[in-house]
Structure formats: structure tokens, C-alpha cells
Write a new protein. Structure first.
Lengths: 319, 302
């Protein structure tokens, strides 16, 4: 396993008490595997990504659990060491490519600098590597774009540059947080194909965070569905999409409009995800769940086997 | 008699640099044509969707219809009673300092009663006493319900909805789309529905217009468009939609990007990305013939 997360708990202390943003999150990603992490806003998917790479905004903190990269614990490393790890062993791609690029430097310079920081290379070797990276992520005629600034690229091309930057030091783990959300569908398809190819060729582990089940279906092998700071279902993408086991996943799949199924009503989950300061006791989904029963109101379910996947739902309790 | 008709509507925006720069640097004026000779009709009770990628001009068409922009050329004719608009961002379109009852009552302030406002709130799935609250006390989906209640206050028969669910989570999007469908059948509303999301469009639309670079390139019933797309751009868009069914159908890779609207390519604006383009496509702008603007389709090549 490249990434292992075990019992991760993230808290935000506030004046009015401590909010638990993530509670008992465990998952792992193998080499060459793409794990999709899906959920609606506030489910905790981005916080999971930030916690793994040690970029939680204070006062947020990891209160319990472990994060291991290739067997080595990284959640307790000092700030400086963790910073070297990001970029070298972990590449990060965010939703908005402009926040990851420095507007004042040419993209060639940014790539070269990243490569020289992490790899023992001469300047000309770094330049050659930067050009080959740009070519690999599909930037046409990279020599002529090398001295361009980020604003001279379109949104899709910028995201390609960001991917090239994230890959610069051959990271073992790639964290992509909504990498295609800001892009048009035709560009989105290009970026998805690119991510898939890179994960396959380089054997890196990819954690793909998105709200879009369609992107997961196209890209990932396994998916973890998050709700109110917990993983409620995890399994092979095919199983979770075709035979969801948790009532939340069932509702989520039904609420996605699909081309060709015309004008019927969409399945709707009434209500909204609870806020962090008002998570109900028992199963956090119980107030919205059409299949709740007594046990759901008092006892919190952990992930348990459910069909071919695992779901945190008492419907699948063995007894 | 259609409820709304657009006849050869175009809209230019002047995006020139300031006069002094133009004089000193010998730069000409720069005109961006956001909408180029768009014509269509919307009949009472139907939902026409305009779909396209960013920069295709779909939102500008919406703004031309409600009168937020004047057309540079062409005519917009509205034969209905009243129209209202619903915007994408439910955070920006509600005044944070007003109570919800005042927001909803604004279009009918002279004649509203508290009871009417409460009825409107109930109609969109909110509680009667929600009128006392402020917008920040609501989630994104509930705010979009407030925008819909406000739009309905003036008793419109035509609603222009510009990406009404794009800022919402999928489960909330389903709630809002269901609500809009309900309201349409209950109140006999007519919708112009603008979206970049083809799956959402297939859910709500009776007819669909596909826009590219300010033009309508294909206009068809939803059933026809999604089962037998004709324009190469429509085919490309449909191909790019992630396949949730995981059928593993082979897909044609999509190449290239939307061209710069300040310097659109000559001829058919889609030709640099089109696998079927020939000499004529590079030279001559295709007209909307039989509801498709494509030389290849007109010549029977595609």
C-alpha cells in the first residue's frame, strides 16, 4: 500500500466547543490504484485530503489516527520535513489551477524550480525534464509555451501545467481535489483521460476527490462515499454504482440526472446534510433515511460487509 | 403564436482598450460578438433548454430576453404576461440584509399581503414562518427556493432560468429540478432553461438548442437530440459526458478547445475541432438549415 489512513479524526476547536469534521476515517490506496472520494459539500472529502498532506488550516488538527506513506508515519512529522515530502513524494492538484501557479513566473521557470528543489539535476537536465513533462500532459509545442505566463493559458491548459508540476518529482501519491470541476465537459474528458493514463503508467496511487459520480465512474477503481465526516460506503466503483448498499448512496445515485431517462421525477433525498455542530446521535443519516429503525437512532454503525462492498448501515448487520 | 420569439438577434460588446492606449499603440477597436444571429421560438407551456460550454453565449441570450442587455441587431418579441429570471448563484442574488418575506414580496410590494407571501413559501417547499428569517440562515438549496418564490410572486407565465442548479449539490439539485417540474405543471409555466449540464437538460427540456461561439448550431426536440445528435459538436458534447452506467462504450477522444471569441476562426467556428471539416467549412459560415448549422450534414456527408 502506498497510502494508509487509519482511524483519522480531525477536530476544529471553536469558542462554542469542538467540532468534529472527520471521525474514524480509514482507507488505503495501492500502487497504480485510483481511489475516488465522493460526497456533497460539507461531507469532509477535501478535509480528508488536506489532513493527509498536513495542510489543515489551523485551528483544525488531527486529534487521533495515523497517516502512513509507504509504511512510514507522516502525520506526526515536523512542518519542514512534511513540506519536503509534498512535492517530492506527494503531488497535489487543486480545483482552481490559478491558485497553484505563481502569476509572476513563467511556467517553465516554475517547473524547473520544482524539479531542482526535489531532484539532483543540473539546470539543463531540469529544462529537458520540464519540456518532456509538458509534452506528456498534452501541451502542444511545449518549447514555444515554455516562456509563457499562467494567464496566457486557457483553463484546461493551465490544469495540464498544474498536473505537470504535481508530477515533476515522480511522486508516489497524487491527491487531486476536484481537478475537473472548473472545466468544460469536453476539457474535463481530456483531463480525466490524462490522469488515468498517468496513474497507470507511473504506478502512483491517486486519491481523486470529487462531488461528481460520473468522474469517479470514468476514472477510479474503488470509491469511498462520505457523509457528515464519515465514510458510509466503500467498494469497487462498479458495485457501488450498480448496487449501492447504504440508503444515502442509493438516494445519491437516484438523484443524478441521466441522459435518456426523460422527464420522470428524480429520486430525492429530503432535507440536507447536518451541520457539524448538529450531527444527530446514532447514524448521522437517520433523520433523512427512508429505512431507519430504532437502532439507527441510538447506535452509530461502523463499516460492515454489505454485498460486495462495505457500508456503515445497520440494515447490513449480521444479526 | 409563440410566447417568445427571437429573430436574428446579435449582441456585440466593445472590449477595446481605453482611447489613449488605442491612439498611442495604434490598436483598433475590438468588438466581441457574444451572440450571433440567433433565432428561435418558445411556445407556451414548454421548456426550451440552451446548452453550451463557457463562452458559448447562452447566458447573454438569457440577458437579452429579460432586457438586461439590448440586442445590437434583431428583435426579441414576448407575447406573454410577465417574465422573471432565476440566477445561478443563490448567495449573490438575495439581499443579505432583508428578511425573506421582504425579498419574496419585493416584486409585488404594493399589493402583497402577508398571507400571499406565506403561500408562496409553502408552494416552494419552505415553512410559513421562514419569512421572518434572513438569507444566511438557509442552505444553498433553500436559498434557491427563495429565489423561485420571489420569481413566482409577480405571477409570471415565463421564467428564464440561468444555470439554476449549477451551484448546488446533486441531491439538492434533484429537489430543485423536481420542484421546477411540479410548478410547471401546476401553474402552466414556460421555461427557458440555460445549462452546461447535458444530463440536467435531458431531465427537464422538451426542446434543446445547442450553442457554440455565439450561434445556435443545432435545435431539436430533446428525444431527437439525445438519441440522434446531428451536428458534430453535439455529438462531441454527448460523447464527453461521463458514462455513469459504465457500459464501457468506446468514445472518440475530444480534441482542442473553444476558440478565442475575439478572433473566431473563419467559416464554421467549429472547423478546427471537427473531424469532418473540409475546404468549404474553413471558408463559408454554415446557416441553420433544417435546424442544423453544418455543411457536412446539409451535403449528406455526415
Amino acid at each position: 500500500m502506498i497510502l494508509e489512513v487509519e482511524g483519522l479524526k480531525v477536530e476544529f476547536p471553536t469558542r462554542r466547543g469542538t467540532l468534529t469534521a472527520l471521525d474514524d476515517i480509514s482507507f488505503s490506496i495501492a500502487p497504480g490504484e485510483i481511489l475516488g472520494v465522493v460526497g456533497e459539500s460539507g461531507a469532509g472529502k477535501s478535509i480528508t485530503g488536506l489532513a493527509v498532506i498536513g495542510l489543515l488550516e489551523p485551528p483544525g488538527r488531527i486529534a487521533a489516527g495515523e497517516v502512513r506513506l509507504e509504511g512510514r508515519r507522516i502525520d506526526n512529522l515536523p512542518h519542514e520535513e512534511l513540506r519536503r515530502l509534498r512535492g517530492r513524494r506527494i503531488g497535489v492538484i487543486f480545483q482552481d489551477p490559478l491558485t497553484s501557479l505563481n502569476p509572476l513566473y513563467t511556467i517553465g521557470r516554475q517547473l524547473e524550480e520544482t524539479i531542482l528543489t526535489h531532484l539532483p539535476m543540473t539546470k539543463s537536465e531540469a529544462r529537458a525534464r520540464a519540456l518532456s513533462l509538458l509534452r506528456e500532459v498534452g501541451i502542444p509545442a511545449p518549447e514555444s509555451r515554455y516562456a509563457n505566463y499562467p494567464h496566457q493559458f486557457s483553463g484546461g491548459m493551465r490544469q495540464r501545467v498544474v498536473i505537470a508540476l504535481a508530477l515533476a518529482a515522480e511522486p508516489r501519491l497524487l491527491i487531486a481535489d476536484e481537478p475537473t470541476t472548473a472545466l468544460d465537459v469536453s476539457i474535463q474528458a481530456q483531463i480525466i483521460a490524462l490522469l488515468k493514463r498517468l496513474a497507470g503508467e507511473r504506478g502512483a496511487a491517486v486519491m481523486l476527490i470529487t462531488h461528481d459520480m460520473g468522474v469517479i465512474a470514468e476514472t477510479a477503481q474503488r470509491v469511498a462515499v462520505m457523509y457528515a465526516g464519515r465514510i458510509v460506503e466503500v467498494g469497487a466503483v462498479r458495485d457501488v454504482i450498480h448496487a449501492p448498499r447504504h440508503p444515502y448512496t442509493v438516494g445519491l445515485m437516484g438523484s443524478i440526472p441521466k441522459i435518456g431517462l426523460r422527464k420522470g421525477k428524480l429520486v430525492q433525498i429530503d432535507g440536507a446534510m447536518p451541520r457539524l455542530n448538529a450531527i444527530p446521535p446514532g447514524c448521522a443519516f437517520n433523520p433523512r433515511c427512508p429505512r431507519r429503525f430504532d437502532r439507527c437512532l441510538v447506535e452509530r454503525p461502523d463499516l460492515m460487509p454489505a454485498g460486495a462492498s462495505r457500508a456503515a448501515c445497520w440494515l447490513h448487520a449480521a444479526t | 403564436m409563440p410566447l417568445l420569439s427571437l429573430d436574428g438577434v446579435s449582441r456585440d460588446f466593445d472590449v477595446s482598450r481605453p482611447w489613449l492606449n488605442r491612439v498611442l499603440e495604434h490598436e483598433p477597436r475590438r468588438i466581441l460578438r457574444a451572440v450571433d444571429r440567433v433565432s428561435f421560438e418558445v411556445s407556451a407551456g414548454e421548456t426550451l433548454a440552451l446548452v453550451g460550454e463557457s463562452g458559448s453565449g447562452k447566458s447573454t441570450v438569457a440577458r437579452l430576453i429579460v432586457g438586461l442587455h439590448r440586442p445590437t441587431e434583431g428583435r426579441v418579441e414576448f407575447g406573454g404576461r410577465r417574465m422573471q429570471m432565476i440566477f445561478q448563484d443563490p448567495y449573490a442574488s438575495l439581499n443579505p440584509r432583508w428578511r425573506v418575506r421582504d425579498i419574496v414580496a419585493e416584486p409585488i410590494r404594493a399589493l402583497h399581503t402577508a398571507r400571499e407571501v406565506e403561500d408562496l413559501l409553502v408552494q416552494v417547499g419552505l415553512a410559513r414562518d421562514d419569512g421572518e428569517k434572513y438569507p444566511h440562515e438557509f442552505s444553498g438549496g433553500q436559498r434557491q427556493r427563495i429565489s423561485i418564490a420571489r420569481a413566482l410572486a409577480g405571477e409570471p407565465d415565463f421564467l428564464v432560468c440561468d444555470e439554476p442548479t449549477s451551484a448546488l449539490d446533486v441531491s439538492v439539485q434533484a429537489q430543485i429540478l423536481n420542484l421546477m417540474t411540479d410548478l410547471q405543471s401546476r401553474l402552466g409555466l414556460t421555461y427557458l432553461f440555460i445549462s452546461h449540464n447535458l444530463a440536467v437538460v435531458s431531465q427537464v427540456a422538451d426542446r434543446v438548442g445547442v450553442m457554440y461561439c455565439g450561434r445556435i448550431v443545432e435545435l431539436a426536440t430533446a428525444t431527437q437530440l439525445f438519441s440522434r445528435p446531428r451536428h458534430p459538436y453535439t455529438r462531441m458534447l454527448l460523447d464527453a459526458v461521463p458514462d455513469l452506467a459504465m457500459s464501457g462504450k468506446p468514445r472518440t477522444p475530444v480534441a482542442g478547445e473553444v476558440p478565442n471569441p475575439l478572433a473566431p476562426p473563419p467559416g464554421c467556428t467549429f472547423h478546427p475541432r471537427c473531424p469532418h471539416a473540409n475546404e468549404r467549412c474553413r471558408r463559408e459560415v454554415p446557416q441553420l438549415l433544417d435546424d442544423v448549422a453544418c455543411h457536412g450534414v446539409a451535403e449528406g456527408r455526415i
